[in-house]
Design a binder for this molecule. Sequence first.
Ligand SMILES: [Zn+2]
Length: 443
Amino acid sequence: MFSKRLHNLLPLPFAALLTACFLTACPSSPDDKAGGETPCPRAEDGASLPSPVCESLSEDGLLPPEPLTIRSGRIKNGEPLAAALVRLGLSSGQSSEVIRALDGIFDFRRSRPGDQLRITFQGESPNVIEYRASMTREWLVTRGADGRLHGEARTIEASTEVAQVDITIESSLYEAMRAAGEDPSLSIDVADVFAWDIDFYRDLRRGDRLRLIVEKERVQGQLLRYGDIIGVRYIGGLVGDKTYLRYKLAEGGEGYFAADGQSAKKAFLKSPLKYTFITSTYGGRQHPVLGFHKQHQGVDLRAAEGTPVWSVADGTVVKAVKNDRAAGNYVVLRHANGMETYYLHLSKFADGLRPGLRVQQKQVIAYSGNTGRSTGPHLHYGMKRGGVFVDPMSQNFPRAKPLPEAELDRFHRQTEEVARQLLGLDGAPSRPPVPEAQTPASP
Ligand SMILES: [Zn+2]
């Protein structure tokens, strides 16, 4: 751990101070933008417990200690580091001293608005200056035994843990993730894994359950980011029971596969709408499909303006037309086997989208909107098969290549533990899956 390293590097009082500081107040707090000042309580105040920082300094035997003050703030837009240091209470001479100490260690061009600064003064003297660009990139300037400031870069190691997340759907995946105490961005990662099977805007039912085995990278206990989803199981009233396990293929590459080796992928995605936060403005309700009509040549998927639109399959842009009177801004893609897809009423295209461009499945080609003859924000999604419009939502597409037979053993060995953990989410779906074609029971 880096606090141990600091003990080795620094004269003791500073080491003690920094350890204390990082264990208490240092981690980034999004709301300290204005900057603040934390004077140490003096012993005779007696009102509150003295902070560990103050304690450590009074123990070093140099009495009476100079009062210790911590000031913190963030780099403002266009503000050079030297100016920020002065704003936080350094004289211009002290500021230059800090800049000199960081010469050759800190790349001043990489200073960004929002980066955090924290200065510990002993009396009038800035003795510790911390610069935090991110949870894993920090620079430290400390006053050494020689009375001079010394700079160093610090790389903070993130640790990775594997966590299990269980959620139950009330309204949306996004809300359920938040209710489970997770960052809602995790819902986008989940939707990505199931993109060929589940339309997370429409296919969810109240009471659906999800278990997720996911890597979490942490720095000092705080979540830095999610890593890979290692395995995920969804038990849904409409979509049934689906489990996918992440697997690195022997020949290289990786993907998600069901326990029998079937790929999670298909030639076409379930829906062209990428799952994202924007839609939470709809209160987490499922988005209705206004239905497929032959004369209408597609389905209307309600979508908040600006929802990213995916290419549902690998293909080539045939048309990218702006301001059509009926279709507004629209895109037509051609895919293998004479398939075509249509995306209408878009607010804008992705950068660089033009006829002739090759696009990949799951590439964001545009953003949904309300252009042309449209009565509300939605995506009109059409599909042609052999030159004839078909209902894109009721097509069945074959899965991508399953795992080779010869690799199944290896797959099972590597995913055994995660698979068992996912099996622990047992029980029947809240409603049985709806069969593909319903045959009315005869009396
Ligand atoms: Zn339409």
